[in-house]
Structures are given as structure tokens and as C-alpha cells.
Design a protein around this ligand. Structure first.
Ligand SMILES: [Zn+2]
Length: 120
């Protein structure tokens, strides 16, 4: 009878894993992204509704080219010394794409709770 324990434990971990995945998926069901520069939202886009295009954002003469393709977004080119933002690849829900030299952030909307209080 005691030998049932490892099996029960494994089942429980498995269930917790499933529930955890569902919770994670629910949290990322929004596809609204924000392109934020210097703390101001410059663009707000719904990746599900936005056609493939390239958005250019300039900062002090330096240009970031942000590409939207197949409902995904990434930094295509950037006039910054490090190319960290370009190297970050496609935006995923966990990590915003940040270009520190150009004060640029690409992130999923809804990460910030502060928007609600400002309406009106
Ligand atoms: Zn950069």
C-alpha cells in the first residue's frame, strides 16, 4: 500500500503543473502591446489585428525600427551602441524589449496596473 505514495505525489505535481500552465496562459491572453518612450506610450497596438509593418521611433536622431510580423513584434534595427534590444528577439510576455540608450520599451499592456486610475 505504501508504494502508492510516489504515484499520488507524481499525479499531484502533474495536476499542479497543468493548473499553473492554465493560469500562465490566461495571464498572457492579451495581445495588446505598448511602445513606450521616455515613460510615455507612443503606440498601443493589438498584435492580433495589426498587419505586418515596420514602426520607426526616433530618439535624438537615433532610429529604432520595430517590426511586426505574424502577430509578433521585435526590434529589427536600432541605432544604439549595444544591440541588446535587437538581440532580444521576439517579444514574449515575460520580458519586455528594452533599448536603454534610446529610452525605448516594448511590452505587453496590462503589465502596469496604474492605467486604471487615470481615466477621465
Ligand atoms: Zn538598443
Amino acid at each position: 500500500m505504501k508504494q502508492k505514495w510516489p504515484f499520488l505525489l507524481a499525479s499531484m505535481l502533474f495536476l499542479i503543473g497543468i493548473v499553473g500552465s492554465i493560469l500562465l496562459l490566461q495571464r498572457t491572453d492579451t495581445d495588446i502591446i505598448e511602445i513606450v518612450q521616455d515613460g510615455e506610450v507612443r503606440y498601443q497596438l493589438d498584435l492580433q489585428k495589426t498587419e505586418n509593418q515596420i514602426v520607426e521611433v526616433e530618439y535624438e536622431g537615433r532610429v529604432n525600427r520595430i517590426e511586426i510580423q505574424d502577430h509578433q513584434i521585435h526590434m529589427l534595427e536600432a541605432d544604439c551602441p549595444d544591440h541588446t534590444c535587437v538581440n532580444m528577439g521576439w517579444l514574449d510576455s515575460a520580458t519586455p524589449i528594452v533599448c536603454l540608450p534610446n529610452h525605448l520599451v516594448i511590452q505587453f499592456s496590462g503589465k502596469t496596473d496604474e492605467v486604471d486610475g487615470r481615466a477621465g
